[in-house]
Structures are given as C-alpha cells and as structure tokens.
Design a protein around this ligand. Structure first.
Ligand SMILES: [Zn+2]
Length: 86
C-alpha cells in the first residue's frame, strides 16, 4: 500500500511526464536496465543531482503494425472470423 508520501512523489513525477526528479527537481536523469514483462516494461532511473533511484513502469497503451497483410490474406488466416467493422 502506497503512503501519501509515495503517492505525492508519484503524482509530482507523472505530472512532469517523468522528465524531472521527483525528489529534487533536476532534469539530469540517467536511465538504464530495461526489463520487459507481459504487458509492461520497467526502466531503472537515477538522478545525477541527488542520487535517488526509482523504477519507471510503462504499460501497453496501443500498437502500430508494420508489414500489415491485406485484409483478404488476414481473413484466410482467421478462417471465417468476422473482422471488426468501422
Ligand atoms: Zn534528484
């Protein structure tokens, strides 16, 4: 369970889109060590100014497709399942 202190830090950090240290306000942040989960991704962040460290949590919010097959081909793959209509 998150304490109000942690919630406050998180709120401050997310409000600035993770661009500023939630502890000291520095923009001098280092990132390293990405780790991928099933529907989320984690990245270690440290502040060069105050030395605090934390982990950014990214979640899946969308998708872009590359080399998309044409609809007819895809329709064969899914064998009769109706594609969503706009
Ligand atoms: Zn800092």
């Amino acid at each position: 369970m998150k304490t109000n202190y942690v919630k406050g830090l998180e709120k401050r950090y997310l409000k600035r889109k993770g661009s500023v240290c939630p502890f000291c306000g520095s923009r001098d942040l280092d990132t390293s060590g990405r780790c991928f989960g099933i529907d989320s991704c984690f990245q270690n962040v440290s502040c060069s100014e105050c030395g605090n460290e934390w982990t950014d949590i990214y979640t899946l919010t969308g998708v872009t497709f590359e080399n998309l097959p044409d609809v007819a081909t895809f329709d064969k793959w899914i064998n009769g399942v109706n594609l969503p209509q706009d």
